[in-house]
Design a binder for this molecule. Structure first.
Ligand SMILES: *[C@@H]1O[C@H](CO)[C@@H](O)[C@H](O)[C@H]1NC(C)=O
Ligand SMILES: *[C@@H]1O[C@H](CO)[C@@H](O)[C@H](O)[C@H]1NC(C)=O
Ligand SMILES: *[C@@H]1O[C@H](CO)[C@@H](O)[C@H](O)[C@H]1NC(C)=O
Length: 431
C-alpha cells in the first residue's frame, strides 16, 4: 500500500516535470523557428509587427511646415497671375535650383508660377525623347524651357496586374511623386504638373522631322508612337475625339547626371532571382562596396518608391554624389497589393537617416492623406484606393523599423558632414 502511494507520487512528479518542460519548450521553439532565414520570413515578421504597431504611430496629425509653405506659395499664383513675372525669369529661377543639395527649391515663392507655366506656357518646339524605354516627347515651352511629356495611357482607376514593373508609365505617378517629395521634404524630384495638350494643334505643327517620322494618323486622330524599347507603330498614343491628350509635363533639369546600376535591381525574369532576393544578409555585401552616404540615399529613395509603389528603379542617377529621384512613372499600379520587397534596402540594412525618420513620423496619423489632398488638382491623378494604400505602406515602413529594432541593432544616423569628400557618421543611440 505504502509503496503503491510512492510510485503514484513519483509518477505524478515525473508527469509534472514533463509537462513543465514541454510548456517551456513550446514557448521557446517557435521563437527559434521564427528567426528570419529568408526575405519571405522577414516580410512575414514585418506584417506581424504591423498587427501590433504601437499607438504612438497613429497619434493626431501634425502640421507640416514645409508642405504648408509649399502650398501657400502655390496659392499666390492665382492672385498675381502669370504675366506678372516674365517666363524667362521664371525659368531662370527654376534652373538656378539644382545644386548639390536639391533639384527644386520647395520654398521658392515662385514655385506656384513655375508650376502654372509648365501647365500653360505655349509649346514652341516638340521633339523625340529617346531616353528610357517608354514613349516620351520632349517639349520646348515659350521662354526656351525644355520639359518631358509623358502621356496618359490608362484611366487612373485602372489597376495594373502582374509584377511591380508591369504596364506602361503612369503619368500621375510622376506628379504624385513630386508631391510626395514635398511631403517628405526631399527636393529631389523635378517639378511635374498635369497638362492637356493637342498633338494635332500644339505638337505636330512645331514638331521636328524625327518626331513627325514617328507620328501617324489613325481614324482621323493625330498619334505618336515614338522611338523607344517599348514603342511600336501598332501601339501609338493618340488625341481623343476632341483632339486632346492629357499627360504629365516634367521640368527637364539641365544637368548631366551619373547613372549607376541599383544594387537592388530586379532580374525582370519570372524564374530568375536576383542576389538580393535570395539572401537576408545581402546588405553586408553592399556595405563593402558603397559608402554609407550612398547607402542612406538608397534607403531614402526605397522608402519613397515603396510609398509610391514605384518598383522599377533598376538604375539611379546622381548629381554631385547625391541620388536624385528621377523617373517615377511606374508607381500607382495596383492599390490592392503591397510590394514590400521595394523596402528591401531598409529591412536588409536596418539603417535610416534621422531626418527621414522624423519626417515619416510627422506623416503619421493621417497627415500624409491630409496634405496629399491639399495638393493642386490631386483628384485628377490620385484615387482614394491609392491614397489608402499609401497610408498602409507608411504603416508598413513603421512596422519595418519596429522589426529592425527587435531583430537587429537598428541604426539611425544623426549627422553626416562633408569633409574633403568623405562622410562621418554618428549613430544616434537614443533614437
Ligand atoms: C529657396 O527659396 C527661398 C525663397 O526664395 C530662399 O530664401 C532660399 O534661400 C532658397 N534656398 C535654396 C537652397 O536655394
Ligand atoms: C523614321 O522612323 C523609323 C521607324 O518608324 C526609323 O527606322 C527611321 O530611322 C526614322 N528615320 C529618321 C530619319 O528618323
Ligand atoms: C475623317 O475625316 C474626313 C473628313 O473630315 C471624313 O470624311 C471621314 O469620314 C473621317 N473618317 C473617319 C474614320 O472618321
Amino acid at each position: 500500500m505504502f509503496r503503491k502511494r510512492i510510485v503514484l507520487v513519483v509518477a505524478l512528479l515525473v508527469l509534472l516535470v514533463f509537462f513543465c518542460t514541454l510548456q517551456h519548450l513550446q514557448g521557446y521553439l517557435p521563437a527559434i523557428e521564427r528567426l528570419p532565414k529568408t526575405n519571405q520570413d522577414v516580410e512575414e515578421a514585418i506584417y506581424e509587427e504591423l498587427s501590433r504597431l504601437p499607438e504612438s504611430y497613429s497619434r493626431d496629425a501634425l502640421q507640416l511646415n514645409s508642405a504648408e509653405r509649399f502650398l501657400s506659395n502655390i496659392k499666390r499664383t492665382g492672385r498675381w497671375g502669370l504675366e506678372s513675372v516674365p517666363l524667362q525669369q521664371l525659368w531662370a529661377e527654376a534652373n538656378s535650383w539644382p545644386s548639390d543639395s536639391q533639384l527644386t527649391n520647395l520654398s521658392s515663392a515662385l514655385m506656384g508660377r513655375i508650376l502654372y507655366s509648365l501647365g500653360h506656357a505655349r509649346i514652341t518646339k516638340a521633339d523625340l525623347d529617346t531616353r528610357g524605354t517608354q514613349l516620351k516627347i520632349l517639349l520646348t515651352l515659350m521662354g526656351e524651357q525644355e520639359c518631358v511629356f509623358k502621356p496618359k495611357w490608362y484611366p487612373i482607376e485602372k489597376s495594373i496586374e502582374g509584377p511591380v514593373y508591369a504596364g506602361k508609365d503612369r503619368y500621375g505617378s510622376e506628379i504624385v511623386g513630386f508631391y510626395l517629395s514635398v511631403l517628405l521634404d526631399k527636393p529631389f524630384v523635378p517639378a511635374s504638373v498635369e497638362r492637356t495638350i493637342s498633338l494635332k494643334y500644339d505638337v505636330l505643327p512645331v514638331a521636328t522631322n524625327r518626331l513627325l517620322n514617328v507620328s501617324l494618323e489613325k481614324e482621323n486622330r493625330s498619334c505618336v508612337f515614338g522611338q523607344c524599347f517599348y514603342c511600336s507603330k501598332e501601339d501609338p498614343i493618340c488625341d481623343n475625339e476632341g483632339n486632346l491628350l492629357t499627360g504629365a509635363v516634367i521640368f527637364n533639369v539641365r544637368k548631366s547626371f551619373s547613372s549607376y546600376r541599383s544594387p537592388w535591381q530586379r532580374t525582370y525574369k519570372k524564374r530568375k532571382k536576383a542576389a538580393w532576393e535570395d539572401s537576408v544578409d545581402y546588405c553586408s555585401a553592399v556595405k563593402t562596396r558603397l559608402h554609407k552616404k550612398r547607402l542612406l540615399d538608397l534607403i531614402d529613395v526605397a522608402i519613397f518608391d515603396f510609398l509610391l509603389q514605384n518598383g522599377d528603379r533598376h538604375h539611379y542617377e546622381t548629381l554631385d554624389d547625391n541620388i536624385v529621384w528621377l523617373d517615377n512613372g511606374k508607381g500607382l499600379g495596383n492599390p490592392y497589393v503591397q510590394h514590400l520587397d521595394i523596402l528591401a534596402p531598409l529591412y536588409q540594412c536596418c539603417l535610416i537617416r534621422k531626418k527621414m525618420w522624423q519626417v515619416l513620423l510627422s506623416l503619421a496619423g493621417g497627415a500624409l492623406s491630409k496634405y496629399m489632398k491639399l495638393m493642386p488638382d490631386i483628384q485628377n491623378v490620385l484615387t482614394e484606393p491609392h491614397l489608402r494604400a499609401m497610408e498602409q505602406r507608411l504603416r508598413l515602413v513603421f512596422a519595418t523599423v519596429e522589426f529592425c529594432k527587435g531583430r537587429h541593432d537598428m541604426r539611425i544616423f544623426d549627422r553626416f558632414c562633408h569633409k574633403s569628400g568623405h562622410f562621418e557618421f554618428a549613430p544616434n543611440t537614443s533614437r
